[in-house]
Ligand binder design. Structure first.
Ligand code: UD1
Length: 398
């Protein structure tokens, strides 16, 4: 599209209005490829898909599922619960090493573009699918829009950080969740005209579904009481790939939980390693990966969440649930400076004092970051329309 001006947007420095010529002779549809591959992508694309459907304007989309996550529990359930339509294409990439997965996604998406190109490739988040499709699109001469651009953990041992750096290096339109992300992009030399501070699509999905959460089946079976259990999620290689590290962490959590039940929905990656452990502490209840509405029900009613995920720290911030991040860095610092999240680290000795503060009722309360208000999908679509209008104006003038 080559569209970096003639629009009306908030780039984190207040709204600026720049005139777009009104004369339109030829109606051009903007075809956007929306890429989704892994579980955390699905709640990020849902509001964008719904906003395009509601708008019925000159934007059409092709939903492309890379197949990075393929189990019903990691993928299908999310499409059903969040009302995401069937993908137009499923690339069937599946599991494998980072390079195998990247290669399979790139080959699949390249074939799609060779058969029928699009105008814009919209990627979300930081998973392997995000980076792989951005590279393919850019090399095919198609502009890239990145939703959740500009966030950085500074930890290059995480595959997600490499995915963020590579994706943002070739992105044309940066949709951001925070002032800090805007700053990181400016520091990296990105022009203000390409940065669009729109808020957080994951929070759109949270707020949209907050009144239709579902109690998981096991909740009553295990006699769980709202506000009186802990939820943990662990799947980062650093925490789960060595069974002995996983065991040490789970023991530390169990010992400091003071008898509270600890609910542990396990990611397939974690389950493989969990199966190698002799015995888990009695208070830890392992359950399958939960569908979205059940998982958020669990989180909303928990006393606290301990996690190595990034997205969950955003959800706990909005829900006001205490959160301990079992990592040494975060790419979402606003969840710590404004929200209920604390960076506990990967050293298990940090867990007991944090749990003591929690159980003594001394956890901080937080605030919701700006623009995490449920309207981000609509903002993104509005900007896409303005970019489209500017493109159309240029086409007509040519
Ligand atoms: C990926 C993302 C991570 C995200 C996480 C959420 C990257 C680099 N990482 O990590 O940022 O937080 O998803 O879930 O993209 N598996 C299944 N069924 C599935 C999917 C995976 O059994 O549907 C198993 C496979 O054995 C696979 C392993 O889980 O090898 C890991 O999956 P993979 O997609 O490689 O990375 P995640 O750890 O899920």
């Amino acid at each position: 599209m080559g569209l970096s001006s003639s629009i009306d947007v908030d780039r984190g420095k207040g709204v600026r209005r720049i005139q777009v010529a009104q004369t339109q002779h030829i109606e051009i549809m903007l075809t956007v490829d929306i890429i989704a591959g892994a579980r955390p992508n699905f709640m990020k694309i849902a509001p964008i898909v719904h906003a395009i459907d509601a708008d019925q304007s000159s934007i059409e989309y092709r939903l492309i599922h890379t197949g990075q996550h393929y189990d019903a529990k990691m993928s299908g359930d999310f499409f059903t619960q969040l009302g995401i339509p069937e993908p137009h294409y499923n690339l069937g990439a599946g599991s494998g090493s980072q390079a195998e997965q990247t290669g399979a996604i790139m080959r699949g998406y390249e074939q799609v573009l060779q058969t029928k190109p699009s105008d814009l490739c919209l990627v979300v988040g930081d998973v392997t699918s995000t980076m792989a499709c951005a590279i393919v699109a850019k090399k095919a001469g198609i502009d890239v829009a990145h939703v959740e651009a500009g966030i950085r953990s500074g930890d290059r041992t995480m595959p997600e950080e490499i995915n963020r750096l590579v994706t943002d290096a070739i992105t044309d339109y940066f949709f951001t969740t925070s002032a800090k992300a805007n700053e990181s992009l400016r520091t990296a030399g990105i022009d203000d005209s390409a940065i669009f501070f729109v808020g957080n699509t994951m929070i759109d999905t949270l707020l949209k579904n907050i009144d239709r959460l579902r109690k998981p089946d096991f909740f009553d079976e295990q006699s769980l009481i709202s506000g009186n259990y802990i939820v943990i999620t662990l799947h980062r290689p650093a925490n789960v790939d060595k069974p002995e590290n996983l065991a040490t962490m789970l023991n530390a959590i169990a010992e400091s939980a003071n008898g509270l039940p600890v609910i542990f929905p396990v990611h397939p990656r974690t389950r493989k390693n969990l199966e190698q452990l002799p015995q888990l502490p009695e208070c830890i209840h392992v359950v399958d990966p939960q569908p979205y509405l059940q998982f958020i029900y669990l989180v909303k009613n928990a006393k606290a969440v301990l996690t190595d995920s990034g997205g969950i720290t955003e959800e706990t911030t909005v829900l006001g649930v205490p959160c301990m991040t079992l990592r040494d860095s975060t790419e979402r610092p606003e969840t710590v400076t404004m929200g209920t999240n604390e960076l506990i680290g990967t050293s298990v000795s940090n867990i007991p004092p944090a749990m003591q503060r929690l159980l003594a009722g001394q956890w901080k309360s937080g605030q919701v970051p700006p623009k995490w208000d449920g309207k981000t999908g609509a903002r993104i679509v509005e900007i896409l329309k303005q970019l489209q209008a500017a493109s159309q104006t240029r086409t007509n003038a040519a």
